[in-house]
Design a protein around this ligand. Structure first.
Ligand code: FAD
Length: 556
């Protein structure tokens, strides 16, 4: 049976929730499909906050410049300007929807004002936050609204498998994306959803790496589905490693917020010596890639497992009130951060690249939009400025919905076949899946990590292709499960990252290759890769950046 809606939104983080809400409030019927519980995703874990210019001593120009500086020459300047200019109104909208950002009283005139955080790469305090649980607070507010909205049907524990596109049904490419096949994790059945527009809001792909700050759902499903549907993907080699993930055997992906360095945290080696002054004049507040590379270098040089973030000088009262969640969580692991420096290591954190979109969230496949971390809008370039990603989700949710509503056309009349399981049977060796999961993630960590080399990248490519073959075989022979679908996706995304990293013969932003240690203007372009008519021959190409309409701000 086909389930028919006006729009399908895949993913229930900030991107997906806001899109669903906006569409529903325009009277559209929305299927909000999410692969686990509705609150699971990176949004719930975002600690630091959301960047926007909200005070007179800050300026749009400065926020634009900081974003461009972080992006190392690859940001689409027009997109940056749009996002930064629309940020204050998006903040107002989130507040109207019920999100509460931390504020404090001004000592001199008793007026209430947002308590603004400072993070690496920002020239001003401009991060709005809800203590250290900003994403959770925004999500709470949006969920309250979503649950009240009768035009939204929420489908939890439903894993989108593949997009249904015109060419797959014998129609033309212009017919674009018509729907999606979905695995019901509870019944094991495959469902078919159809709609005039589909919005991918599936988040990132941190799970392709062994160590990551990302939640389990971040297996790059949206990237893989879009690639298999023939969409263009951009700049996948730019993976941000967060410098400070808690290092503790029982702590699974717990992030120590960048805001801690904004509040005076000092990075030290095991012997108590600070080291960031050796790497960057801004020391702990240098951009994330510089901090992550510095830690990586110190660890490799000294053969140690972790470095330490020292917050002890800020005192218990301040730490408890400003970072209550981090304080509590560390205490659960026996670390009193008011008295002991916090052991930290870098971990894969954010996918700067993604499904290529224009400034309205439209992908290269008609009727398919991408919003949030799954998208490459041109905002982040070669490196993301901290706290710009929640902002990007909000601004592009707004823009994609606006465009989707304008361009809504009925689906072509066609019959859609049910999912064909062929002769697939139940898996006889679950261990193949867990073994391959581990292999993909380990090879990405060891060969395609913070510091890369041609030798390691080629080695990674050879191995991932072998693994891909084995996984594909398994995929066709056995009934799909959520683990198998995710494995198929992480393997594909890993391969795309490797191929893009090999194509970029320079070092820029988050991509550092010791065989090409310098930036090269020849590569001041987007890496674009497109699937999958003949995936083995579709090598990445380099595409010129869009020309900004306004004056270019020089990078100091
Ligand atoms: C620990 C951590 C801290 C962060 N801190 C900040 C911060 O302070 N400020 C900031 O700006 N950014 C921060 N980020 C980044 C930011 O949180 C994310 O980029 C942003 O929340 C992404 O939102 P999203 O809506 O795109 O995806 P997500 O919030 O990740 O949601 C993705 C959704 O898609 C669903 N999904 C995925 N695949 C499928 C599928 N196949 N079928 C159905 N559903 C699917 C998931 O279940 C989930 O609901 C942080 C990220 C992490 C991990």
């Amino acid at each position: 049976m086909i389930e028919q809606f006006d729009f399908i939104v895949i993913g229930s983080g900030l991107g997906g929730l806001l899109c669903s809400l906006k569409l529903a409030r325009q009277g559209r019927k929305v299927a909000l499909i999410t692969k686990r519980g509705i609150a699971e995703g990176a949004t719930a874990q975002a600690q630091g906050g959301i960047a926007a210019v909200t005070t007179p001593d800050d300026s749009i120009e400065d926020h634009v410049r900081d974003t461009l500086n972080a992006g190392a020459g690859l940001c689409h300047e027009e997109t940056v300007r749009t996002v930064v200019e629309e940020a204050p109104s998006m903040i107002r909208e989130l507040v109207e929807l019920g999100a509460k950002f931390t504020s404090s009283k001004n000592a001199s005139d008793e007026t209430e004002a947002y308590d603004l955080g400072l993070e690496g790469g920002h020239s001003h305090r401009r991060i709005l936050h809800s203590r250290d649980s900003t994403g959770r607070e925004i999500q709470r507010a949006l969920l309250e609204n979503v649950h009240r909205e009768k035009n939204i049907s929420v489908f939890e524990h439903q894993v989108a498998i593949d997009l249904i596109t015109g060419p797959k049904l014998g129609l033309s490419e212009e017919d674009g994306c018509l729907g999606v096949y979905v695995l019901d994790r509870l019944s094991g059945k495959i469902r078919t959803f159809m709609a005039s527009g589909t919005i991918l809001a599936t988040g990132g792909a941190g799970k392709i790496y062994l160590y990551t700050t990302n939640p389990d759902v971040a297996s790059g499903d949206g990237l893989a589905m879009a690639y298999r549907a023939g969409a263009r993907l951009g700049n996948l080699e730019f993976v941000q490693f967060h410098p400070t993930c808690l290092y503790h055997p029982q702590a699974k992906s717990f992030l120590i917020s960048e805001a801690m360095r904004g509040e005076g945290g000092i990075l030290k080696t095991a012997d108590g010596a600070p080291f960031m002054h050796k790497y960057h004049p801004q020391k702990e507040l240098a951009p994330r890639d510089v901090v992550a590379q510095a830690i990586d270098q110190e660890l490799k040089k000294r053969g140690e497992d972790c470095v330490y973030l020292d917050m002890t000088h800020r005192g218990e009262a301040f730490l408890k009130s400003r970072f209550p969640a981090i304080y509590e969580r560390c205490l659960q692991f026996g670390i009193d951060i008011a008295r002991t420096p916090i052991p930290v290591v870098p971990a894969a954190h954010y996918f700067c690249g993604g499904v290529l979109t224009n400034e309205w969230g439209e992908t290269s496949v008609p009727r398919l939009y991408a919003v949030g971390e799954v998208a490459y809008t041109g905002l982040h370039g070669a490196n993301r400025l901290a706290s710009n990603s929640l902002l990007e989700c909000a601004v592009f949710a707004h823009r994609a919905v606006q465009r989707a509503l304008e361009g809504l056309t009925p689906l072509p009349r066609t019959s859609v076949p049910d999912w064909d399981s062929g002769n697939a049977k139940g898996s006889d060796e679950q261990v193949v899946i867990s073994q391959n999961w581990d292999e993909v993630r380990r090879l990405m960590w060891n060969y395609v990590g913070i510091v890369r080399s041609n030798k390691r990248l080629f080695r990674a490519l050879r191995r991932i292709r072998l693994l891909q073959q084995e996984i594909q075989e398994y995929y066709w022979n056995f009934q799909v499960t959520s683990d198998l679908l995710e494995l198929r996706n992480i393997a594909l995304v890993a391969e795309l990252v490797i191929r893009c990293a090999l194509a970029r013969k320079e070092s820029r932003g988050l991509h550092f290759n010791i065989d090409y240690p310098l930036e090269n203007t020849v590569f001041q372009k987007d890496t674009v890769i497109q699937g999958p008519h003949a995936p083995e021959v579709m090598e990445p190409i380099f595409q010129d950046l869009p020309k900004p309409k306004s004056e270019v701000i020089p990078r100091p």
